[in-house]
Design a binder for this molecule. Structure first.
Ligand SMILES: [Zn+2]
Length: 185
């Protein structure tokens, strides 16, 4: 739906006398900003998500009790799940992807794309969802991102994503909880 709107907007662009690519990029960024602004329209009725300001701080033991071993390993020990292991990689319904640790909304379904990597991938995030830091685990620096509310590790951001953002948030599915806009999770 969103993509169709973008395509329509692009086709309506006057082709003579403007840089078509610059126009497309600007239009695309405006669409991304709109996705960020209107993320709450993807929430199911009656869901009251927490805000990043309500910090959730627990001890290691408390986290261990609250999370599955796989989610604990990713969120609290900065682990990485096996590629292709998360059913959320193929989740196509409308809704919101929230932090498994603390329920903070992180992405909407409209921010997701199929990267072919085997991990749920997103080209932008809900505003104020993450803190970032660089690490040098591989030879080149990568940007690691953490949930703003509970500090849980979610994945890494790479600069080889689709236009117009050019970003790829490569997220561990086990660290996410999908809240469909309609129907059951
Ligand atoms: Zn969290």
């Amino acid at each position: 739906m969103r993509r169709r709107e973008l395509l329509k907007a692009l086709l309506a662009a006057p082709l003579a006398g403007v840089s078509w690519l610059a126009y497309a990029r600007e239009k695309g960024m405006a669409m991304v900003e709109e996705l960020q602004r209107n993320w709450k329209t993807f929430l199911a009725a009656g869901v009251m998500p927490p805000s990043p300001a309500e910090a959730l701080k627990l001890s290691k033991d408390e986290w261990r009790k609250r999370l599955s071993p796989a989610a604990f390993h990713v969120l609290r020990e900065e682990g990485t799940e096996r590629a292709g292991s998360s059913p959320l990689d193929h989740e196509k319904r409308e809704g919101v992807f929230a932090c498994k640790g603390c329920d903070l909304p992180l992405f909407t379904s409209a921010m997701k794309f199929d990267s072919g990597t085997g991990w749920p991938s997103f080209f932008t995030t809900i505003p104020d969802a993450f803190d970032t830091k660089s690490d040098f685990f591989l030879i080149y620096p990568r940007t690691e991102y953490h949930c703003k509310r509970c500090g849980g590790h979610h994945g890494h951001m790479f600069k080889d994503g689709p236009q117009p953002t050019g970003l790829r948030y490569c997220n561990n599915g086990v660290a996410l909880k999908f809240i469909p806009k309609e129907g059951k999770a």
